[in-house]
Ligand binder design. Structure first.
Ligand SMILES: Cc1cc2nc3c(=O)[nH]c(=O)nc-3n(C[C@H](O)[C@H](O)[C@H](O)COP(=O)(O)OP(=O)(O)OC[C@H]3O[C@@H](n4cnc5c(N)ncnc54)[C@H](O)[C@@H]3O)c2cc1C
Length: 242
């Protein structure tokens, strides 16, 4: 009789980079083959406590990259545990990747709006390459954060936008007056207000030619859904319940 496979794959944390005191990236090496599509999430666990995390790496990479925000105790349960793990520690992931928040072919205009960790699925989609293949397609990526040190993928996205004439990247800082944001010369304001300037470039945006992807903070996602889901094609990933 064939042995039934466990639901879990053991993974070692190969690398960790702290972005701020409560935001960090980890790279997991799975012990077995783990298949996923760009934009999907994996279910990470420690001692049976599990939570979903969007994957920032592309399916072509050998390590699984995650970008995580600490929810301090007593509210946060798994993130305080994950935050204490160093390179060399082990976690599990469920064997099956999940999620329908994926790149959708067939649209001329792709507008990707995120807050902080919500950049992860977009990074995966862009690194995978399909998004940038067709020069007739345009991709606008908006990354919103309160503090400029929370932009964890801005350098990478700036490079993509320099190399690809069809990708436009805008990081925006919602609290420009805070001392931590001194010297910021980029866009200011909440991402849900800033990204609307894209419609100057696509005045004929409609459900057939334009898709809006919203990922991260649930209030940002709900606001965009209310305003745009009947005007444009719309998909969303909320990271928590408000
Ligand atoms: C599809 C999906 C993908 C996700 N991807 C990511 C990801 O890439 N990176 C990431 O950091 N998180 C991601 N999350 C959130 C993640 O699953 C956990 O909920 C989060 O890390 C907190 O875990 P916790 O066990 O510490 O707290 P939980 O027990 O999950 O939550 C405790 C409380 O905090 C709230 N909460 C959860 N996350 C936040 C937050 N970031 N800010 C404020 N309040 C919060 C919850 O609603 C709850 O009220 C994702 C969630 C979903 C549903």
């Amino acid at each position: 009789m064939q042995e039934k496979k466990s639901k879990f794959i053991n993974c070692k944390i190969i690398k960790r980079v702290d972005v701020t005191k409560d935001l960090w990236k980890i790279w997991l090496e799975p012990e077995e083959l783990f298949n996923f599509e760009a934009g999907q999430y994996c279910t990470v666990g420690v001692d049976g406590l599990e939570r979903p995390y969007s994957i920032a790496s592309s399916p072509k990479e050998s390590l699984i990259e995650l970008f995580i925000e600490l929810v301090p105790p007593p509210d946060g349960k798994l993130t305080p545990v994950l935050h204490n793990l160093k390179s060399g520690s082990n976690v599990t992931i469920r064997r099956k990747a999940k999620g329908l928040f994926k790149y959708k072919e067939g649209f001329t205009n792709h507008i990707m709006v995120s807050t902080v960790t919500g950049m992860a699925p977009f990074v995966s989609m862009i690194r995978e390459g399909k998004v940038l293949d067709d020069l007739n397609r345009k991709i606008w990526v908006y990354e919103g954060a309160s503090y400029i040190n929370e932009f964890a993928y801005d350098k990478e996205l700036e490079l993509y936008s320099k190399k690809n004439s069809n990708l436009f990247f805008t990081p925006t800082c919602s609290r420009p007056d805070e001392p931590e944001n001194n010297g910021w010369k980029g866009a200011v304001g909440r991402v849900n207000n800033i990204f609307t300037s894209v419609f100057d470039e696509i005045p004929d945006a409609n459900q057939e030619n334009t898709i809006l992807y919203a990922c991260g903070h649930p209030e940002m996602v709900t606001e965009l859904s209310k305003k745009y889901s009947d005007k444009l094609s719309f998909i969303e990933e909320k990271f928590w319940k408000p």
